[in-house]
Design a protein around this ligand. Sequence first.
Ligand code: ADP
Ligand code: AMP
Length: 216
Amino acid sequence: MQLMLLGLPGAGKGTQAERITSDYGVPHISTGDMFRKAIAAGTDLGNEVKAYLDSGRLVPDELTIRVVRDRLEQPDAQEGFLLDGFPRTLPQAEALDETLAAMGRRLDCVLYIHVPQEVLLARLTGRRICKSCGATYHVVFQPPAVAGVCDKCHGELYQRSDDTEEAVATRLEQYAQTAPLVDYYRDRGLLRQVDGQRSIDDVYADIRGILSDIRA
Ligand code: ADP
Ligand code: AMP
């Protein structure tokens, strides 16, 4: 399956992606995760993108598109993938169409997790991520069994540098560039909207229903 998650920052894309990748075996391709790993590793890419991530601005299209093209060519992405956080602009969406067409592939479905903007600040400022395995938690909505420690691998949990009120405000402004993608994919008959303002389990139950329709 060739899938995409779309939604505001904090809508729950990464949280649902963990479940989808584990149940359906598709690799999770998150541009945000790829950039954060590059920053942590101190690579050239990391140095180039750090200021954008810290402030909440979008990384330039050309660079982002190059990173995703390379990733889609990797062997593990040949049977399917789950894109998360890409595309975020119309030029990125058009570049993805071209890349997939050149590979003789196409998207099966775009899962649009819809949440009202009011819930996002609390979700993002309470978010915690495992340093070792990348699992997502929330101090109130999805707390680990032991505060600060990952349930899955016992790694240390940290707060993303862009989950501050200031960077969140910038990220929400930047979403104006992503919002047109909802119509872009709706017009192509690919969009499936999910109500993201319910429990994590309920949102996932909807997603499973949609994915079983697609596979039928
Ligand atoms: P995104 O990847 O879309 O930016 P995340 O999946 O990282 O969003 O979720 C943002 C935060 O909100 C995380 O701390 C996560 O634990 C929490 N969260 C995700 N889904 C829900 C939900 N349905 N209800 C409450 N909190 C949620
Ligand atoms: P995310 O993990 O999806 O919340 O992304 C974190 C940050 O990475 C964003 O605020 C941007 O700075 C950068 N980023 C991630 N994906 C993209 C993208 N597709 N285009 C541009 N910047 C991106």
